[in-house]
Unconditional design. Structure first.
Length: 119
């Protein structure tokens, strides 16, 4: 399956604990553009967390419960897209698509990504 920019997806995400490496299903946002020809079937993702954030940083985008953006996203609760937390993964490890951010939401994400990457 081809995932598009703005898709909110779920993938098994590795994390390290004192017991070793474990995996847990986590949401992420597709930020790579697949309308251009690519050499590999990799996807660039921005991590999403539902961990309560009291002060949103310049490199973060909040998807607030009760908004149209939240409903479109398919997320279960208010979440933060962490535009400083990027990863490239093989498309095949993505489990499924939850939803999609709006064009306006992705416009804001693009501005945050540029700032975060110093572009």
């Amino acid at each position: 399956m081809i995932y598009d920019r703005g898709d909110v997806v779920i993938l098994p995400f590795p994390f390290i604990t004192t017991d070793g490496v474990q995996q847990k299903a986590r949401p992420a946002l597709v930020v790579s553009d697949h309308s251009i020809e690519r050499r590999f079937e990799d996807v660039i993702l921005a991590g999403i967390t539902s961990r309560r954030m009291y002060a949103i940083r310049q490199t973060e985008f909040i998807v607030q419960e009760g908004t149209d953006e939240f409903i479109r996203s398919g997320l279960a609760k208010t979440s933060v897209v962490r535009c400083e937390y990027l990863m490239t993964v093989p498309e095949g490890i993505i489990s499924r698509k939850l939803g999609k951010l709006s064009g306006q939401g992705m416009y804001k994400i693009d501005k945050i990504l540029k700032m975060s990457l110093g572009l």
